[in-house]
Design a protein around this ligand. Structure first.
Ligand code: C2G
Length: 165
């Protein structure tokens, strides 16, 4: 989907977005407040679940974009769990309504337009990084869950395996 920037290169405003042909926007029940969030969700843990739960407390519908293995390579990340399994685990979480693949950094604008999203919500480690989306939708950063991360879990598993060796 091409980027629907205006002639001045600025992002279209919400009224302009709603003027998009319906085909460009998924049909949604009227009045549904919809949020998008993005991540790798490797070694799916309580920090991810709490983020989804808190987003669902503020919105009616949550779409989670899960980074593909190819996109993670672009991000300089290698996840332990392959994309298909990470997406399936996220989809199985009760707070998640839909899962889409995240394949590049610039897809957020078109995702917001295509889904008619009211907000993009991320954990606080991304504070300010997606403010450029504000002409299109709300951008929220929620506090991370302290004491757990995929990186720490990976290190703990490696240490446990080494300790057993
Ligand atoms: N998170 C959290 N608490 C934790 C760990 C993670 O709230 N203890 C949140 C992060 O802030 C992020 C989401 O969980 O919003 C997913 O984190 P990662 O899987 O580490 O995502 P990342 O690889 O940083 O990818 O386009 C954005 C990128 O896809 C984000």
């Amino acid at each position: 989907m091409t980027q629907p920037h205006t002639s001045t290169g600025a992002l279209p405003t919400r009224p302009a977005m709603l003027a998009l042909p319906a085909a460009a926007r998924e049909p949604r029940p009227q009045g549904l407040r919809l949020a998008l969030t993005y991540g790798t969700y490797d070694l799916f843990h309580i920090g991810h679940v709490r983020l989804f739960e808190r987003i669902r407390q503020q919105f009616d519908h949550l779409i989670v974009a899960v980074s593909t293995d190819e996109f993670n390579a672009i991000k300089g990340k290698k996840s332990v769990v392959p994309y298909a399994d990470r997406a399936a685990m996220v989809r199985a979480c009760r707070w998640v309504d839909e899962v889409i693949p995240e394949t590049d950094w610039s897809q957020k604008e078109s995702d917001v337009l295509a889904h008619g999203a009211h907000a993009v919500v991320m954990g606080s480690d991304w504070e300010g990084r997606f403010d450029h989306l504000k002409p299109l939708c709300d951008v929220l950063y929620l506090p991370r869950t302290e004491g757990v991360s995929s990186t720490e879990l990976r290190a703990d598993v490696v240490a446990a395996v080494r300790a057993r060796a």
